[in-house]
Write a protein that binds this ligand. Sequence first.
Ligand code: NOJ
Ligand code: CA
Length: 702
Amino acid sequence: MKKLLICLLSLFIGAQIMAQEAKTLTAGQDKVKLEFMLDAEGRAGYSLYFSGNTVIEHSLLGIELVNDSAFNRQLEIIGTEKKQVDERWQPVWGEVRVIRNKYEQLTVQLKQKKAPNRLINLVFRVFEEGVGFRYEFPKQPGLKYFIVGNELTQFNLTGDHKSFWIPGDYETNEYSYTTSSLSEIDAWPVQEKAKDIAVRVVPDRYAVQTPLMMKTSSGLYINIHEAAQINYPAMQLHVNRKNFSLSANLVPDALGNKAYLHAPFNTPWRTIIVADQAKNMLESKMILNLNEPSVIKNTDWIKPMKFVGVWWEMQTGKATWSYANDPDQLSADGKLIPNGKHGANTANVKRYIDFAAKNGIDGVLVEGWNTGWEDWFGNWKEDVFDFVTPYPDFDLQGISGYAKSKGVKLIMHNETSGSATNYERQLDTAFKVMTKYGYPAVKTGYVGKIIPRGEHHDGQWMVNHYERVAQKAAAHQVMVDVHEPNRPTGLHRTYPNWMASEAGRGNEYNAFSDGNQPEHETILPFTRLMGGPMDYTPGIFKLKGYSAAVPDRQVHSTLAKQLALYVTLYSPLQMAADLPEHYEAHMDAFQFIKDVAVDWDDTQIVEAEPGDYLTIARKAKGTENWFIGAITDENSRVASIPLTFLDKGKKYMARIYRDADDANWKTNPEAYHIEEFPVTSARVLKLKLAAGGGAAISIKKL
Ligand code: NOJ
Ligand code: CA
């Protein structure tokens, strides 16, 4: 009996020692309040409030290491720190000239209560529009090299919010968005149907990509993503459809591990942006603010630009990237047999250079200039391209001289077909070619399954690869535009030569598949573009009858909407994607593409609703001129645009490129109307947008 009593007593004392009181810490900024809690089991967690309403209910935080201890319970607080930051900085290029970075930072230093008593910090930055938080592993004796097995971050939502989502695919972000409640999310049928995307891997039926855009029944907008994704895999979100809890799903490597790390190390920031108006969501600069300042000292050579390209003619089947049809069928003298459809031939390239020179378009992209395209895709072949050898009908030296003489810049194309190992081996020679022939920019591409085999586009290995390429490009003073990478997380602040990425469903899907629905471009700014600019390749003028394979294929857009996209889909590298002859048929409309800026001093979101419509006004860098883009989904609507951003009392001339009264994306997409009249800041423009339509406006100060 006595023994039992002692036993019970020691159990009780033990429990007393084990248990601790929950501890709560808070940080706030305007309407946003963050609460950190360490519960009685020593588990870290947080909640988020906006104007007193719960946005994220108490959610757990933690990291599990492979075959090792976890940072998920039995933690104690050994220190806390708070600081306020309010600073301004200027991006090298961007949507606004000056960015304010104002936040309160709460650092919670935690230690495992049991041996090996390792340390981990949780750092929260609370902004006026949300919070970013990350895990930090300080330098410490008990933790040097380690492997992340799982990240345990949760985002417990308060209801069955309306969501704009794409499947949590390890390889691609090129899906159309599905709009549904959280409880209806089911990635597999969407993945199954998306046969137009070459490589798809969606192991978790209930996982979605970030940025995940949501809207609550009370009209609050919530966006979850990440910032500064460096040396760490992309975070997807697993959705619990019953209790609306989201949890981090990190993209694994070939062995199933998530990240190989060496302390000290900081994970990317997990971001939650909250807004009571959709337009505030698009104004947020939180993700950029959470990235580190530029590591490139001299940025004079980084110049936003517009370009045309030998490209759409291959996408639509009029020409080919390859010079021959079969790499194994050679002529008697051992040469490739030309198929007669090769797009990147010298005469054709010169035609594009002439068009660019005549119309003040800065650059020309040429795809299919180099050998390897006969069997470039689908064979998981390692050594496809060498990135230096031109096809016999592409005069590398001559074209470079010709472009220079016309004042036109050439954009290099380095498709890797997913063979990152091969590209890394060739990287030096590839960039030397760019330097030698004066190419200031390169478009890279990763179509296909990744090599190293077993790695994924969005895993740690490839994330490091994309960064290495951006670094190498910077060393050679080359700007980059990456196709098929992981989706951006604001790293263009740190690497301002990393101008744009595709990492989403671009206009090209209208060329080779059923395409993009009219609502697509109203969703992109709230999802894919939250992390950075997108090379969407707008500007298709011939909207029907362009496909060699499917004659009745059409773009789900009017011509005026294609113009508006130059303003609504921000990118410092902006393509005029259609063929010169299609522009030459509508030079009055092409004037807008000639005039529109690619770098801005100011941006005003005029009207916005994801999935429905969007109107944005931007002030061109270093000028008094404004450009406006207004777009709608499949429903016609009247855009209402008060010109209050213009200087009071000053006169301006507005040129409107709008849908003709009888325009309609399906039945009459190329009907537009151009008019010009003087305006002042007192004017409210009311413009009717056709179904699937839009309007573009240029406003010049008089
Ligand atoms: C996919 C890219 O998105 C596209 O723009 C390019 O033309 C092809 N790959 C070929 O590299
Ligand atoms: Ca693509």
